[in-house]
Design a protein around this ligand. Structure first.
Ligand code: CTP
Length: 215
């Protein structure tokens, strides 16, 4: 199979020395990319800035902004059988990027942000992707309902949902505990390291792919 994985945070510049980002470490996406490659699949990892090593046997494209990630995914997704969107993409980016360092002046500073493109949400209609589409949902409340809403809204085959209000799992942690949300049912997986979990997730994704091919 040819598999595209997005991972890591994006970095949205404000001026030459500042940017907006988030706490994503990229660990879950990198673990998934490594696990697919370990199972013999051809993986393209499209990642925002992280401190991680690229897993063995994985093709890699580095991006910074949500717009760059959108452009790279748009050019490569057509060749893929499976696309897994684990990146924590900024939902908003500064309306203007200053060409020189912004100097402090008043006591307050107001920043205008504009929406970024929803990359996962663009996969079906804008990119015309017909392969298996897997998204992530990081939620602090109503985990299953919010994840199921994303599954439908973004035309996914599976959402991997995690409750980031639980201490020690999810963002920036080595452990994770997820709920697999399918169109017709949900299935919790026990807590595990992101590496172990990635192996289970690859099995679940490939099992679903097999079912989809057979039906
Ligand atoms: N995602 C993406 N591009 C974006 C934002 C999100 O590809 N600009 C993908 C993420 O990689 C993840 C999924 O969409 O797979 C969930 O993102 P999230 O931001 O939680 O979804 P939203 O629909 O924006 O929901 P919320 O209302 O929670 O902001």
């Amino acid at each position: 199979m040819k598999v595209l994985v997005t991972a890591g945070p994006t970095r949205e510049p404000l001026d030459p020395v500042r940017f907006l980002t988030n706490r994503s470490s990229g660990k879950m996406g990198y673990a998934l990319a490594g696990a697919f490659a370990h199972e013999g699949h051809a993986v393209l990892l499209v990642s925002g800035p992280t401190h991680l090593d690229v897993p063995a046997g994985v093709d890699f494209m580095a991006v910074e902004t949500a717009a760059e990630m959108h452009a790279v995914v748009a050019s490569y997704i057509g060749k893929m059988d499976i696309a897994v969107f684990a990146a924590a993409v900024a939902d908003y980016t500064p309306a203007l990027v200053a060409s020189q360092k912004i100097k402090k002046s008043g006591e307050t500073f107001t920043l205008e942000l504009v929406r970024t493109a929803d990359i996962l949400g663009s996969a079906r209609e804008e990119f015309g992707f017909t392969g298996m589409l897997v998204g992530f949902a990081a939620e602090t409340e109503n985990l299953e309902a919010n994840a199921r809403d994303k599954l439908v809204r973004k035309h996914c085959d599976l959402i991997i949902a995690n409750d980031i209000s639980k201490p020690g799992i999810g963002f920036d942690s080595d452990e994770n505990e997820v709920l697999l949300v399918y169109p017709d049912h949900s299935e919790p997986l026990p807590p595990a390291s992101k590496y172990e979990l990635a192996l289970h997730l690859v099995d679940a994704i490939l099992a679903l792919k097999k079912l989809m091919v057979e039906s």
